[in-house]
Design a protein around this ligand. Structure first.
Ligand code: C2E
Ligand code: MG
Ligand code: MG
Ligand code: MG
Length: 290
């Protein structure tokens, strides 16, 4: 019936079963949201030159009873282009702001970042809902709240996206372009977008030691960020060698398993204490930069 009148389709048991299980999974995720089974873990971003904790990135997990922590790659794709995707996105913003406010009450002034899909960003009421969420959390200044924009390649109407970003930017929040270098990002728009930060995708950081192309991309993104007077954060920093090379290339802001894994909110203070005591990473700053 959905395809219109005067049409009929042969019953396809395979795709029917697939559609059915997709609907069931969405229903399960809806329940998960209502039962507060989603949690945010937080991964540190540091400035390797002065050792400072720059902020944390909120990453969603599904604490599924009987299954444990399910990573976002196993349920976010199924949410795509459902209304639940937007509801989960709103929950993430609310929860991250609440946590930021709690940290602040404990004396931790942190910039908290959340991931926002292009689809969510392009919702007509995105700006108003963000403004309301910020108002509900007056303890966290908008300057210390950042949106990492994902899947910029999926933005169809770039001019409209620029306008939304500008309006949201007027609220005081910061923007970063996530996984930079993987999709198609027009240089013309990069200049127009009110974006403060580029995040180098972890695949390039992982590949740069053995692959000249990846190294070239890493260098290129760092140079581009400098040209546009943006910050640049390297993702996927796993080893001291990664850190050393990135510092030499002029990238001092880093995030990765080698620095800190995503962790529950209450583990952050303990991590910070250890990090400040960890000599090997901080010794890198003594190396001359190129
Ligand atoms: P992302 O935003 O690029 O986040 C970085 C991902 O890389 C995270 O995976 C993080 O755990 C992982 N990672 C960090 N450091 C390292 C490292 O040194 N080595 C390796 N191998 N991996 C590292 P995670 O948490 O599984 O998230 C995957 C993606 O799911 C995120 O990529 C983001 O695109 C999306 N995502 C996560 N949380 C949310 C959310 O709340 N909303 C939306 N829309 N997307 C989210
Ligand atoms: Mg709240
Ligand atoms: Mg991200
Ligand atoms: Mg990324």
């Amino acid at each position: 019936k959905e395809a219109g009148k005067n049409r009929y389709q042969l019953f396809d048991p395979v795709s029917d079963r697939r559609a059915q299980s997709h609907r069931e999974f969405l229903l399960r995720l809806q329940q998960a949201l209502e039962a507060r089974e989603f949690v945010l873990h937080y991964q540190p971003k540091v400035d390797l030159v002065d050792g400072r904790l720059l902020g944390v990135e909120a990453l969603i997990r599904w604490n599924c009873p009987g299954r444990g922590l399910v990573p976002p790659g196993e349920f976010l794709p199924q949410l795509q282009s459902s209304s639940l995707e937007l509801a989960v996105g709103e929950w993430v913003i609310e929860e991250a702001l609440s946590q930021a406010q709690r940290w602040r009450e404990q004396g931790l002034d942190l910039r908290v970042s959340v991931n926002v899909s292009a689809a969510h960003l392009q919702q007509p009421d995105f700006h108003d809902k963000l403004a309301e969420a910020l108002q509900r959390h007056p303890g966290q200044p908008p300057r210390q709240f950042e949106l990492e924009v994902l899947e910029t390649a999926q933005i169809e109407d770039m001019d409209a996206a620029v306008a939304i970003l500008k309006r949201c930017g007027d609220l005081g929040v910061r923007f970063a372009l996530d996984d930079f270098g993987t999709g198609y990002s027009s240089l013309t728009y990069l200049r127009k977008l009110p974006v403060q930060t580029l995040k180098i995708d972890q695949s390039f950081v992982r590949g740069m030691l053995g692959n000249a192309d990846d190294m070239g991309i890493v260098e290129g993104v760092i140079r581009m960020a400098r040209a546009f007077r943006m910050d640049v954060v390297a993702e996927g920093v796993e080893t001291l060698e990664h850190g050393r090379i990135l510092l030499q290339l002029g990238c001092r802001l880093m995030q990765g398993y080698g620095i800190g894994r995503p962790m529950p909110a209450d583990a952050l203070a303990g991590w910070l204490l250890n990090w400040q005591l960890e000599a090997p990473w901080l010794s890198l700053q003594a190396l001359p930069s190129r």
